[in-house]
Design a protein around this ligand. Sequence first.
Ligand code: G3P
Length: 217
Amino acid sequence: MKFFADTADIADIRDLAETGLIDGVTTNPSLIHKSGRDFIEVTKEICGIVDGPVSAEVVALDHETMMKEADKLRKIADNVCIKVPLTLDGLKTCRALTDDGTMVNVTLCFSANQALLAAKAGATFISPFVGRHDDNGFDGMQLIEDIRLIYDNYAFETEILVASVRHATHVLQAAKIGADVMTAPPKVIRGLVNHVLTDKGIEGFLKDWQSTGQSIL
Ligand code: G3P
C-alpha cells in the first residue's frame, strides 16, 4: 500500500521523505491555510521534495474555471495531481484532464456510487473520507470494502486513496481490504511504528548489553 502524507507542512514532509516511507503528498485548501504559505510556492516546494503525486485542489465550482485553475496548477511540476470535488463539473474536469495525461484525484467521496462515477470519469485516484464518514454515523471502512468490490468487478484502474485517516486502525483496516493508497497526517504515519513491547524489548536488551561491559565501536 502506498502512503501519502496529508499535509502542507514542509518540515514534516522533508522528515518523512527521509524515512523512505512516503510515496506522495495530499493537500487541500484547509491544509494550505494551516501552513500559512502561498499555495503555488508551497506546492512547488513539496513537488521538489517527493517524486510521487502531489495533490493540489481547485477551488472553482464550474468546469470552465476549474480547467483554468488546473492549467495553472499542473504547470507547477510534472508530479502535480489535480484534485477536484465529486460534482458533475468536477467529473467533467476529471475526464478532460486525464484524457490530456494529467493525474486527477477526485475528492470528497462519501458513497460507492460516487466512486463508480469517478472511475467512469477516468480518475487516477478516488478519495473516500473515512474519518468524516465515521464522524457522521456511517461506516467508513464498509465504504472502502464496497468500492474495492466494485472496482475489482469491472477492473477499473482508478486507485482507492483512503483519506481522512485518523488513527492506526484505519490504516490497518484499509490495508486488509486492499486499498491502493492511504493518506494520513504525519503524526498518524509516525505513530504506526509504536508498540509497547518494542520499547520494552529495547530497554531489556540495552540493560543486558551494558552488563556485558562491551562496546561495538
Ligand atoms: O485528505 C483529506 C483529509 O485531509 C481530510 O481529513 O481529518 O479533515 O477529515 P479530515
